[in-house]
Design a protein. Structure first.
Ligand code: FDA
Length: 392
């Protein structure tokens, strides 16, 4: 029977980082990946260019029942550490906006970097490997897999979240965590487009493809970014970000003119163009077709001189405080991340080790730590993988 020091389940971002780190410490490490290749989510990330970190990463960029949990790992493996690795591998990159770093050429380079690091550290990577059984074996673990039986002193669970099942996502890590006595906090799709139905969908029907800057607010949190109207509802960075804070029934508000005082703007228009209709003038500040639609559905359209100050005030309020009634999300099929997961109260924040079972570790997205959009989720994968790789 094969035996090694560490088996890492999942050859994604966190698993490969952990394996390389542990391998560099002289540990005999084996990565078991059930998909036919490693790093599939990395490949599809950032539109094929992988937004591999964010220079502005702070614990405030993460959602978790315990907001302090991520601090230690993030402090010990920083964006600068990963950037140094990227530079060592000669990968060209650029900052797109707000600290988001992307590869100039391809996400494939990040997967190659991780695989090269693993190879140099003597890590064995097995793809297409199904885990059939997993049991405690003294202080270690015994696994039965489609590639044979093996034992390991330590087991690192890096099997990711539930989003994009077609890319290999599975509930393996959550099931295993529960089996070994860990609480798993309820999971749901995050960084996901929102769907609309009924009259709310009708209001935006035919406008798909229109994008505009908005400020999206929900449950005391606010994101300023673009929104995109889709066939089924709304998407774009502002909506993906706020989706992680929204649940059905929650009040979601949009400021459609985040950079303008709408009332001052409307009053100026009334003075400058008293005979012109609102629907035509509003198009100076909003995409034309959206402006026209709003003047059919929310605001009475007429020449500017006919509006009373009270009516203008109501229109301004409608633009700054647009109630978006979403019916749901597109779910795990398109979500970038999974909220919830293995309860951090059952893990050590410095090593990612289980508090219940010696030599068992949970890293990456399977844990209840979820980043905002913008490279934070990979930074968590690198940092948590590195922490466990140093400890296991
Ligand atoms: P990850 O999902 O990377 O890896 C888990 C691995 O475990 C997978 O390879 C899976 O096949 C394997 N596995 C699952 N069950 C198994 C089992 N039973 N046995 C063996 N193996 C198993 N983040 C970011 O920071 N910047 C970005 O640009 C993007 N872009 C992006 C785009 C899209 C379309 C998605 C879906 C997601 C992103 N993300 C992102 C999020 C990011 O991809 C994600 O948070 C990390 O990949 C999480 O890393 P993990 O290693 O935890 O899971």
């Amino acid at each position: 029977m094969d035996s090694c020091d560490i088996v890492v389940i999942g050859g994604g971002a966190a698993g490969l980082m952990c394996a390389a780190t542990a391998g560099q410490r002289g540990r005999r490490v084996r990565v078991l990946e059930h998909a036919n290749r490693v790093g599939k989510k990395i490949l599809m990330s950032g539109g094929g260019r992988c937004n591999f970190t964010n220079l502005g990463t702070t614990p405030a960029n993460f959602i978790s029942a315990n907001p302090h949990y991520c601090k230690s790992a993030l402090a010990r493996y920083t964006p600068a550490d990963f950037v140094a690795l990227v530079e060592r591998h000669g990968i060209a990159y650029h900052e797109k906006e707000r600290g988001q770093l992307f590869c100039d050429v391809s996400s494939k380079q990040i997967v190659a970097l991780l695989v090269d690091e693993c190879r140099a550290a003597g890590v064995r990577i097995d793809t297409g490997c199904t885990i059939e059984n997993l049991e405690r074996d003294g202080d270690g673990f015994r696994l039965t897999t489609s590639l044979g039986a093996m034992t390991a002193r330590s087991l690192v669970v890096a099997s990711g979240g539930l989003s994009i099942p077609s890319m290999g996502a599975s509930s393996f890590g959550h099931t295993l965590a529960k089996r070994f006595g860990h609480t798993v906090l309820p999971t749901r799709a995050g960084l996901v487009p929102l769907t609309l139905s009924g009259r709310h969908q009708d209001e935006l029907a035919g406008l798909s493809g229109i994008a505009l800057p908005v400020s999206a607010r929900c449950n005391g949190v606010r994101f300023d970014a673009d929104m995109l109207i889709t066939h089924r509802g709304v998407s774009g960075p502002a909506i993906l970000q706020i989706s992680s804070y929204w649940q059905p029934g929650d009040d979601l508000r949009l400021d459609l003119l985040p950079d303008r005082d709408a009332l001052a703007f409307l009053e100026e228009l009334r003075v400058a163009h008293p005979a012109a209709e609102l629907r035509n003038l509003l198009a100076e500040a909003l995409p034309r077709r959206l402006a026209q639609r709003l003047c059919e559905t929310r605001f009475a359209n007429k020449p500017m001189r006919q509006y009373t100050p009270r009516e203008l005030k109501a229109i301004a309020a409608g633009l700054h405080d647009f109630a978006l009634v979403a019916s749901g999300t597109e779910g795990y099929r398109t979500a970038e991340v999974t909220l919830g997961g293995v309860d951090t109260n059952t893990l050590s924040s410095s090593t990612m080790a289980s508090r219940h079972v010696p030599n068992l570790y949970f890293i990456g997205e399977v844990v209840d730590v979820t980043g905002h959009l913008g490279g934070y989720n990979f930074q968590w994968a690198w940092a948590s993988g590195h922490a466990a790789g140093l400890a296991a």
